[in-house]
Design a protein around this ligand. Structure first.
Ligand code: NZQ
Ligand code: ZN
Length: 391
């Protein structure tokens, strides 16, 4: 295991009705004037926004609102949020929604106290200061409720890039599984796929002897394998929703990733798809992961065979471990299809003729140097072949 530090200071309030304590937590973490940030309207329709506002009123906390965050959140609204936040003197941001709303909130939180362009942080500039952020989560997916990351798309050039700092880990996150019961099945399945991707990206490591994190990842993958079909069949299954919601947090706050190298090639390859086609991130991952895994499998075939046996119930073929490895990848892809995820470019709405453009932005866009690296380093030719495998 490699040396590591792990700092995850988020307070989690989990369970039914917990959103009514939002105001209490804002106060506890020092907020006195709040920006409520939300998306395209699901939280208005469900009445959640009103409940959050009522909890702020109860604590005597003034607030302003900024809605309109789109999935795959854009820089334009972030600039607007920074300007409004400064003008109104807000000192706390509460994100009511999914990963997109949380990431947009984190970007505004970094941008308000910073003199330069907030995009600098998405090009690697270290964050020195950020306003505190709290979240009321409405979809189990991105894991941003516990993560130090934010992913934003810069409209100029449509670059989808991430920023990371412990300073943007939420101060608190309210996780009420009931709030996810209004999700359309496709969004539930996209979220589940993203959670499983966060587990696989950590499982694909070059660090030896990381049994504890391997076993945690396998336990979470098994949980997702068990619970996701139950929730697709019965969207009101609270217990299954609860397990998925907590799995989504544990999958991505890095409990499962400490002390080991991680991959993330599937994520960066997918981010070009959701940037160009505005598809759901999880749906893009469902098409991306099997192609990437098959392409890199021989780099460490036993790693793929291990997850095939321990999670997907495959029989180990000791003479031909590559057969077991491939069976595991195919079982994962069949599972994703069974929950309603797309399996190829066409089903995703992607186009073969765009591959050169996708590869160019992936390998050269916004300061990249011709390749991406993780479990293996992939150059332009590799990435072209991987996108072609998704056709
Ligand atoms: O905008 P509204 O109307 O709220 O609708 C949303 C949106 O259309 C809807 N939705 C959310 N909760 C709902 C609901 N509809 C009905 N009932 C509810 N309870 O679902 C749609 C998707 O929401 P979004 O926030 O985009 O989903 P998700 O949480 O999957 O976030 C995706 C974004 O997170 C990024 C992705 O790249 C993508 O931009 N990621 C962020 C990470 C991080 N910060 O750590 C890591 C991830 O790997 C990921 O890259
Ligand atoms: Zn993801």
């Amino acid at each position: 295991m490699e040396n590591f530090t792990f700092y995850s200071p988020t307070l989690f309030a989990f369970g039914k009705g917990t959103e009514s304590d939002a105001g209490k937590y804002v106060k506890r973490f020092g907020g006195s004037k709040v920006l409520i940030h939300y998306g395209g309207g699901s939280v208005v329709r469900s009445g959640l926004l009103d409940r959050v506002k009522a909890s702020l009123d109860k604590e005597g906390l003034p607030f302003i609102e900024l809605g309109g965050v789109k999935p795959n959140p854009r820089s334009g609204l972030v600039y607007e949020g920074i300007e409004i936040g400064r003008k109104e003197g807000i000192d706390f941001i509460i994100a009511v929604g999914g990963g997109s709303v949380i990431d947009s909130s984190k970007a505004i939180a970094m941008g308000i106290p910073y003199d330069g362009d907030f995009w600098d942080f998405y090009q690697g500039k270290p964050v020195e200061k950020a306003l505190p952020v709290g979240t009321v989560l409405t979809i189990a997916a991105a894991g941003s409720e516990g993560s130090p990351d934010s992913v934003i798309t810069k409209e100029e050039g449509m670059f989808k890039r991430g920023a990371g700092s412990d300073l943007i880990r939420p101060k608190f996150s309210i996780l009420n599984p009931e709030l996810t019961q209004t999700l359309p099945p496709f969004q539930t399945a996209s979220g589940a796929t993203d959670i499983m991707a966060h587990l696989y990206e950590r499982y694909l490591t070059n660090t030896k002897d990381v049994e504890v994190t391997d076993r945690l990842i396998e336990a979470l993958l098994l949980t997702m394998k068990h619970e996701t079909p139950r929730v697709i069949a019965d969207p009101d299954n609270y217990e299954a929703r609860a397990n998925i919601m907590w799995a989504g947090m544990v999958a991505h706050n890095n409990t499962c990733g400490v002390g080991r190298s991680q991959d993330w090639n599937s994520h960066v390859i997918e981010h070009e798809l959701s940037a160009l086609y505005d598809c759901a991130h999880g749906a893009g991952l469902a098409v991306t992961m099997p192609a990437v895994f098959k392409y890199v499998m021989n780099h460490n075939v036993m790693r793929f065979a291990q997850v095939a046996v321990r999670v997907w119930g495959c029989q180990m073929d000791f003479e031909h471990p590559e057969v077991t490895a491939l069976e595991g990848i195919n079982a994962f892809q069949s599972f994703l299809c069974s929950i309603g995820m797309p399996k190829n470019f066409e089903e995703l709405g992607a186009k073969q003729e765009d591959i050169p453009k996708l590869v160019d932005v992936l390998c050269h866009g916004d300061g990249r140097q011709g390749s991406i690296s993780g479990f293996v380093t992939l150059n332009e030719e590799d990435c072209t072949k991987i996108y072609q495998m998704m056709i």
